[in-house]
Design a binder for this molecule. Structure first.
Ligand code: SAH
Length: 248
């Protein structure tokens, strides 16, 4: 069964873009997922296919019209898929959302442009509003690409056995431990000795401690949640601290 992605956009040529390359691109070619970029301009009004207008109440910029966006949504078969509207006004998009989307039949992403989309069509359509971070992009296409890239890599058969989604950042509420590869000595810098020891339990302890240290230092929000929540049922390693200065 193919995981189905639809992007409603004024710039269909922006897709597949980076999603046509590497991991996601190969999965697209293999039919693990499909991508339909629908041009909302087709639903624009009049000879000029107008999709936007000035904001009621005044102010800068243009707003995407609800009638046009509603027609574009009505023009697709949602087929049980969530409609997602990326916007800086949304709740932060989390790996848990990505897992939920990836586990379903697919997603429909409404890509905003200009100042955004009329609130009424967002309400009426029940769109999930998610933000990919506290900064402003010029349009929703890049945010849609981020969301789809994160979903596609979780689809069965996309990641090889060499790439694991189990141990990476956020999987257990912590950021990932630092990574090292050959050469063991580079530019006067050594790899932490324990990683060369072959002692799997000691390596696991070191990695857990390093994950905790970096999470505490960089993401106090994740660290607080880890301490009170999901982290509770994970075996803890007390008293072990990785080299904090390596982690900055
Ligand atoms: N006026 C809006 C910003 C509009 S940016 C505001 O102040 O909130 C234009 C479009 O880009 C948005 O409709 C949205 O689809 C997309 N976009 C911009 N920044 C984003 C972000 N951080 N996360 C998700 N989507 C974003």
């Amino acid at each position: 069964m193919t995981w189905q992605a639809t992007a409603l956009t004024l710039f269909p040529d922006m897709f597949p873009g980076t999603l046509g390359q590497s991991l996601a691109g190969r999965a697209l070619e293999r039919g693990i997922w499909s991508l339909d970029a629908r041009d909302m301009r087709e639903y624009g009004l009049g000879r000029h296919r107008v999709v936007d207008d000035t904001p009621f109440g005044g102010g800068a910029g243009m707003v995407m019209r609800p009638d046009v966006v509603a027609a574009a949504i009505a023009g697709i078969d949602l087929a049980g898929r969530p409609l997602v509207y990326p916007t800086p006004r949304g709740r932060p998009l989390k790996q848990a959302d990505i897992r939920r989307y990836a586990a379903g039949p697919g997603v429909v992403v409404l890509c905003g442009r200009y100042e955004g989309v009329d609130e009424r069509v967002l309400e009426a359509s029940g769109a999930e509003q998610v933000s990919i971070g506290d900064y402003i992009l010029s349009g929703g296409e890049v945010a849609a690409t981020v969301l789809l890239d994160a979903c596609v890599r979780l689809l069965p058969g996309v990641m090889g056995s060499g790439e694991s989604a189990v141990e990476e950042s956020f999987a257990d509420g912590l950021l990932e431990y630092p990574l090292y590869t050959k050469p063991a000595q580079w530019d006067g810098r050594d790899v932490p000795e324990v990683l060369l020891s072959g002692h799997h339990a000691a390596i696991a302890r070191w990695r857990r401690a390093a994950s905790e240290t970096v999470t505490q230092a960089r993401r106090p929000d994740l660290w607080a949640a880890y301490q009170v929540g999901a982290g509770q049922d994970i075996p803890r390693v007390a008293g072990i601290r990785a080299d904090a200065d390596r982690l900055n």
